[in-house]
Design a protein around this ligand. Structure first.
Ligand SMILES: [Zn+2]
Length: 188
């Protein structure tokens, strides 16, 4: 570095051309050097904040499981739902919670576990498989309407209510004679 040299350079901060006295000078003056320093500081703060956000986002569930008192965020992460869902659970008294302050609500880990113990899992009832389609053993809807003098609407309602199997073949819908006759017969 020599003070004898004079080089034209572009300031890295303001973009103005200036005369530098050393080959490593990046800024036109103290002001720009300070501003650049502040900008670097700010950038590194933002980066640290982003890193913190990432860390929170990837906070292992195991870490939360070890805690007895959870924040709303922890709870949401633990049961894999949105924070809004957690608030809704609390509001509807499904999940007990204590509001410590306006911005802090805590949930007991054991209450979350209870949530699942108390909810009995209802087995899905097995749907009876309808017998295979046999056209000879079926009426079309039109036939049922004519035979039993029942309106289309009433017939649809009956089929729905009684869960009568329906077979669609082309433009026709067939229903088993046996079930219809039991429900609507005998013909007077
Ligand atoms: Zn400058």
């Amino acid at each position: 570095m020599s003070s004898n040299i004079r080089i034209q350079r572009i300031c890295q901060q303001c973009g103005q051309e200036f005369t530098a006295r050393t080959t490593v000078t990046q800024y036109c003056g103290d002001n720009c050097a300070k501003r650049a320093y502040k900008a670097r500081k700010k950038a590194s703060k933002v980066e640290a904040s982003n890193r913190e956000t990432d860390r929170m986002r990837n906070k292992p569930v195991e870490e939360i499981k070890a805690k007895e008192f959870l924040t709303i965020r922890d709870t949401a992460l633990l049961i894999n739902c949105s924070r809004q869902t957690v608030y809704n659970l609390i509001k509807s008294n499904v999940l007990p919670a204590v509001q410590l302050s306006d911005r802090k609500t805590i949930v007991k880990r054991s209450d979350i576990d209870k949530l699942f113990q108390l909810t009995p899992t209802t087995p899905i009832p097995e749907q009876p498989t309808p017998p295979p389609f046999d056209q000879e053993a079926c009426y079309t809807l039109k036939q049922v309407q004519q035979r039993y003098r029942i309106s289309e609407k009433a017939l649809y309602e009956l089929i729905r209510r009684q869960s009568i199997p329906q077979y669609r073949r082309g433009i026709h819908v067939f229903v088993p004679k046996k079930e219809i006759d039991v429900l609507l017969g005998p013909i007077l």
